[in-house]
Write a protein that binds this ligand. Structure first.
Ligand code: URA
Length: 485
């Protein structure tokens, strides 16, 4: 029996697993944790297994994709599970095992993967930065606190580097902290409590960070003092340790190679951050806190007064579908039937959507259906209530609800139907006629598809137009089920 403790590092586990596989060590002979207590006699991984990893068998990409995410799960049994799957693939003749979702090992790993992905999305949606100051060069400094259940900090934070490239930020969590200074994304160990409101704790956390990024090979004390005169050092949390780091750096400098930061891609701007702030700042409105399940969102939505549309609607219409749906579909707003029944997409547009989903091979019951605006907006013609298009202010006012649903369901595929849904989540500048198909918006979901709204098809007069547009619509929906990028 051998004991290997990869901690929470996928890279460490992978290296060890490759060595174990190459040496033919079966799963039942490895304890993937530090052996202590009664198990303390178990051997550490013996040196004989440190064979060249080039002898390790090739591993299918489907397994690696699954393993990278499942490895972030907090379940301590994940390493043993992943090794058992790997063993069955490489030594048990089950080469395509990773694709068999009914296998109990794969089902468990997929569930872990799903939980991890969901939490990454939650982190993207619910991290709130608070400004704490400015650097000498005018760059703003922000901090945030987040409490993930899984080890997602390294997987989730490159998103923030892209999105908030122009500010310095730190995200503190008990499972690890991430820090961005415009050049480097650095990680430090987790902290027990939120340091953001406690100046001492914040300074201590920053000092840890500063130590971790301090690069003696770049040390030019003169230049440092010119750019950041010594009199300012007292205001910096890291100031106390600058002298100490300079002193300690001398012997180490020769070992280090300074890295050149890669240039950043320019940031596409939209109002996402502003809306996330809005989510937490609107007073006297019971907006759902992070992690709220859809039924609770639906309950809170009933008392929404964020815009005047509630006054003339029968009720707010929340989303409907499994809370862990793989696909989420967003329409514009409830129609007359939806307003009366309280369920999205049950009127004529819904029927057309059903036909298109069936043609695309998507089961409606498996998808989460909702709208950008939750109350029916209408004008009267005689006794008939006619649909009226929601304006930008109404769409924006309703956006927190949609974001809450999106973050709770955390779908793999998000389908936006029509310009209102596109306006809500993508911002201006995404008319369906110009941007149909897959949209690059990883902050929303791994795959985002923009297509026609079914009501648009219903309004087309010419049967030939309607038919060809329906085909395009089905083609777009199929992008939710086909694989590849
Ligand atoms: N149109 C929509 O956008 N949503 C519905 O729920 C019904 C019609």
């Amino acid at each position: 029996m051998h004991s290997i403790d990869p901690g929470n590092s996928f890279a460490t586990w992978r290296e060890a697993a490759r060595r174990m596989l190459a040496a033919g060590v079966p799963p039942q002979e490895i304890l993937w944790e530090k052996a202590d207590g009664l198990l303390a006699g178990i051997a550490e991984e013996p040196a004989i297994y440190h064979v060249s990893s080039s002898k390790a068998p090739a591993v299918p990409k489907a397994f690696l994709d699954l393993a990278v995410n499942a490895a972030c799960h907090a379940d301590p049994g994940r390493w043993a599970l992943l090794y058992r799957i790997l063993w069955r693939i490489t030594h048990g003749g089950e080469k395509r095992l990773a694709e068999i979702s009914t296998d109990p090992d794969i089902a468990r790993a997929r569930l872990m993967e799903k939980n991890v992905r969901r939490e990454i999305h939650k982190m993207h949606a619910f991290v709130r930065f608070r400004k704490t100051g400015e650097r000498e060069d005018g760059r703003e400094i922000f901090v945030a606190w987040f409490e993930p259940e899984h080890h997602i900090v390294e997987a989730a934070t490159p998103f923030f580097r892209k999105r908030f490239a122009n500010m310095d930020w730190s995200i503190f969590t008990p499972k690890g902290c991430a820090h961005w200074d415009g050049e480097t994304l650095a990680y430090t160990p987790g902290v027990e409590r939120d340091p953001c409101d406690d100046p001492d704790a914040l300074e201590a956390a920053w000092r840890t960070y500063y130590r971790s990024i301090f690069n003696p090979a770049r040390l030019k004390t003169k230049a440092m003092q010119t750019e950041m005169p010594r009199r300012y050092w007292k205001n910096l949390p890291e100031a106390e340790i600058i002298e100490e780091l300079i002193r300690d750096s001398r012997p180490r400098t020769g070992d280090m190679i300074a890295t050149t930061p890669r240039p950043l891609r320019p940031e596409p701007r939209n109002d996402y951050l502003a809306h996330l702030r809005q989510l937490s700042e609107i007073p006297a409105c019971s907006l759902p806190p992070p992690g709220t399940p859809p039924e609770e969102i639906a309950r809170l939505l009933k008392s929404c007064r964020l815009c005047p549309l509630w006054q003339r609607a029968t009720q707010a219409v929340p989303g409907r579908g499994p809370a862990d749906a793989r696909i989420m579909i967003v329409g514009e707003q409830p129609g007359d039937r939806e307003d009366l029944e309280g369920t999205p997409f049950v009127g004529p547009a819904g029927q057309l959507l059903d036909q298109a989903l069936a043609a695309a091979g998507i089961e409606r019951d498996q998808a989460y259906l909702t709208n950008a605006v939750k109350h029916f907006k209408w004008t009267a013609r005689g006794k008939v209530r006619l649909h009226a298009k929601p304006d930008a202010a109404e769409i924006d006012a309703c956006k927190p609800w949609l974001l809450a649903e999106l973050s709770s369901v955390a779908p793999e595929v998000l389908i936006l139907l029509g310009n209102s849904a596109g306006r809500s989540l993508l911002g201006e500048g995404y008319p369906v006629t110009r941007h149909r198909g897959i949209i690059d918006a990883p902050h929303l979901a791994p795959r985002v598809i923009l297509s026609y709204h079914p009501s648009y098809l219903l309004r087309l007069r010419e049967p030939a137009d309607r038919e060809s547009t329906f085909e395009q619509f089905v083609h777009d929906l199929r992008l939710a089920v086909v694989h590849g990028d």
